[in-house]
Ligand binder design. Structure first.
Ligand code: SF4
Ligand code: SF4
Length: 459
């Protein structure tokens, strides 16, 4: 009898027709497994379905209609930090971002979530992407901290009675500076012969919890001959939405951001937050189907630069003063993996006399921050945060640097869990600023403890 094989059953894809993950991107994966050792969830759990290769396999199955989107599929996709370390490691050039982002949007449209999960997500998206709301919250939060109530709450153990995600939110709250509601001028003139006119993203969390970082960024840019424009009309860049599958919300915010910066007519757009930068560089892709915005979005994205990129391109001219310190530089995933910006911050730091920069072992691995991942998946995020702090401590650094507010919060929290809150954390640009201004190392380390007086960009 001739051997016959049954024709493969053709089932409809589990994804809907709006931007499903593309077969060409799925098929780029050759299952070699080089990405496994750099994937934080695979490192934590050793589970194939929590590795990039496993996730791509599940996406393939779902696109063939062989796996439903709810249940384990949703859980393994939710477990992914979106750190993009797999893209850096992949020898076949798999564009994992082109897979996970459409999948997240599909999940948000097509799979139900529990009431508690939905409520918590609504709380996050009603808060963090709204700088005006964060500003209004700054006063009460500062009162909570300054009155000693926060210390009492943390000491009492009452946080252990809260749902784990709310407890994680409280644990991540940094010291709210006195001038959290202040803002920088809309236009800052260059403090050196003019070289460039740049727009600056102020961000959502940054102006409230890290106003000193925006102030330092503006001062360094001005010192290097940039006219800095900070459009008042700018809102959230949509990064948190995009990385959580809220595609249409992210697209709407992208349109508003583009319009705000088009009106400013700048040569480049400077971003000092890695997660925001990687999203703004993707606006062209996000709005590719919108005939009214596709070209404008692509032009906007082409102008976006991380602050380290633009400062390297400009070639530093402002004199640097010595900062005799040993620091550890932590690479933000959305800078090193998503944007490929790894050498530029190191080059800039190397230009500061007497500054010693230590490499953190396992630098490719995420600290667990990953946008709102540390709020949504606090156990995994804490495990990664603790692992990062362990490695950080081996460097004997006097301070730790990063280029992303989320990483700074995560590192502060990890250090606090170890009772090591005395190790200061800085944005990379704050060290450049201190060096240009001639701030002494001792003064800089003290500033970390007296946050709040530094938002004046003239300081
Ligand atoms: S390294 Fe690239 S090709 Fe290899 S398994 Fe991972 S994603 Fe697939
Ligand atoms: S994005 Fe990060 S967590 Fe997700 S699969 Fe890739 S390496 Fe793993």
């Amino acid at each position: 009898m001739p051997h016959t094989t049954a024709p493969e059953e053709i089932r409809p894809s589990s994804f809907d027709a709006h931007h499903p993950p593309q077969k060409q991107h799925i098929d780029e994966c050759v299952h070699c497994g080089f990405c496994l050792p750099v994937c934080p969830t695979y490192v934590l759990w050793g589970e194939e379905m929590d590795s990039p290769r496993g996730r791509i396999y599940m996406i393939k199955k779902a696109s063939q209609g062989a796996a439903p989107l709810d249940g384990p599929f949703q859980q393994h996709m939710d477990n992914c930090l979106g750190c993009m370390a797999c893209m850096t490691a992949c020898p076949s050039g798999v564009q994992y971002n082109r897979l996970i982002e459409p999948v997240r949007a599909q999940l948000e449209r097509n799979t139900p979530r529990t009431f508690a999960d939905l409520l918590f997500r609504k709380l996050i998206f009603a808060t963090f992407p709204h700088p005006d709301r964060l500003r209004r919250m700054a006063g009460p939060l500062r009162a909570y901290q300054q009155s000693g109530l926060q210390a009492l709450v943390r000491w009492s153990g009452v946080l252990g009675l809260l749902p784990r995600r709310l407890a994680a939110m409280e644990a991540l709250l940094p010291a709210v500076p006195a001038d959290a509601a202040s803002s920088l001028p809309e236009r800052i003139q260059p403090a050196a012969p003019p070289r460039l006119r740049v727009g600056m993203l102020s961000g959502c969390v940054q102006p409230v919890f890290f106003p000193h970082v925006n102030a330092a960024t503006a001062r360094v840019l001005a010192a290097e001959g940039c006219e800095v424009v900070i459009p008042r009309q700018q809102e959230c860049c949509g990064a948190l939405m995009l990385h959580s599958g809220l595609e249409s919300d992210a697209a709407e915010l992208a349109r508003r951001m583009i319009a705000a910066f088009e009106a400013a007519n700048v040569d480049a757009i400077v971003i000092n937050s890695a997660g925001c930068g990687s999203t703004m560089k993707e606006y062209g892709e996000l709005l590719r189907d919108d005939p009214a915005w596709a070209a404008r979005a692509a032009a906007f994205s082409a102008k976006c630069k991380d602050v380290a990129e633009i400062l390297c391109e400009l070639e530093p001219q402002a004199p640097r003063h010595p900062l005799p310190l040993r620091v550890a530089y932590h690479d933000a995933c959305h800078l090193q993996h998503a944007q490929g910006v790894r050498q530029q911050p190191r080059r800039l730091l190397a230009g500061i006399p007497h500054l010693e920069v230590a490499e953190i072992p396992e630098g490719h691995l995420c600290c667990g921050s990953a946008g709102v991942y540390n709020l949504l998946e606090p156990e995994a995020a804490s495990a990664l945060g603790d692992r990062k702090v362990d490695h950080l401590l081996t460097t004997n650094a006097q301070a730790v640097l990063s280029a992303n507010p989320g990483c700074l919060l995560q590192l502060m929290n990890g250090l606090r869990r170890r009772g090591l809150k005395a190790i200061p954390t800085f944005h990379m640009v704050e060290l450049l600023d201190a060096s240009i201004r001639g701030v002494s190392a001792g003064e800089l380390l003290r500033q970390d403890k007296t946050r709040g007086g530094e938002a004046n960009w003239r300081a």
